[in-house]
Design a protein around this ligand. Structure first.
Ligand code: FE2
Ligand code: FE2
Length: 281
């Protein structure tokens, strides 16, 4: 029997969720979607910290949904794989993503935040993509690379908060555990994407590339911009206006461009002729 290559550490056994600290930032101030917006920077410190809590909660909500999609697709691929090493690798991914989702559920419960489904439009889009994008295809792996890497880069921004703000120790540890596993997931997805793309005829890549560019735009908007309901929950009046300010925020836009750039460059090197407004900076 094939033994899994990596040792598994159960995140729930390593984290003390009761230590969640509401007096700390959960995202560093510079990593917020509203960072640099003058009206936001003028708000009292306690309110800006609460906004950091809901922005982190949004990252968890997005993570829970994405991981549920990955788990389902990876489990399906594993079930169809007759190669023991491939099956073991895929099941490792499933196990680790389930561990991440479990820690997200714990933190949400500890923070008193309800579980929240992804927006209906996002669910419908992914279900549609699930029907037309075969698991294991070049397009499938390109989307997996994107899906894995953007939240991971946001997560790395969270960790930088330990240097320039009072970041919650629990959030920092959670984020470190996630990053360590995600580095392996991204490397695996990149390897599979490289192989599958090389086997995909250039004409087909040219035809499919616009759907990746569209996916990048929709996905970045969903992951990097919290919904107005969370801003309301943080105590901001006129929450829709704050979401509008985040969407129009040039600081955030620049940050999202930088977060996406390595993934877009990788996909282009693979042979995807991508055009994305996020790539222009
Ligand atoms: Fe994960
Ligand atoms: Fe992952």
């Amino acid at each position: 029997m094939q033994t899994p290559a990596r040792r598994y550490d159960d995140p729930l056994a390593r984290l003390d969720f009761a230590a969640l600290d509401r007096e700390c930032w959960w995202m560093p101030p510079g990593a917020l979607a509203l960072a640099g917006v003058p009206a936001f920077e003028a708000l009292p410190l306690a309110l800006r910290r609460r906004v950091s809590h809901v922005e982190y909660i949004h990252l968890l909500h997005a993570g829970l949904w994405l991981e549920s999609v990955f788990i389902a697709r990876m489990a399906g691929l594993a079930q169809r794989s007759e190669d023991p090493a491939t099956r073991a690798q895929l099941l490792e991914l499933v196990r680790e993503e389930a561990g991440h989702s479990l820690m997200f559920v714990e933190l949400l419960a500890q923070g008193g935040f309800p579980l929240q489904p992804a927006p209906k439009a996002a669910i419908a889009l992914v279900e549609h993509a699930g029907r037309i994008v075969p698991s294991g295809s070049a397009l499938f792996w390109a989307l997996v690379v994107l899906g894995e890497e953007l939240p991971d880069r946001l997560n790395r921004l969270v960790q930088r908060g330990v240097e320039d703000a009072t970041l919650s120790a629990l959030v920092y540890r959670m984020s470190r555990i996630h990053t360590r596993d995600e580095a392996a997931h991204a490397a695996y997805a990149r390897g599979r994407c490289t192989e599958a793309t090389a086997a995909c005829p250039p004409m087909l890549r040219a035809l499919l590339a616009p759907s990746i560019s569209l996916g990048v735009a929709l996905y970045a908007r969903y992951v990097c911009y919290p919904p107005a309901s969370l801003y309301a929950r943080a105590g901001l009046d006129d929450a829709r206006r704050w979401r509008g300010l985040a969407l129009a925020n040039p600081v955030r836009r620049r940050q999202v461009t930088l977060l996406l750039r390595p993934t877009l460059e990788f996909l282009r090197r693979c042979g995807w002729p991508l055009r994305s407004r996020w790539a222009e900076g």
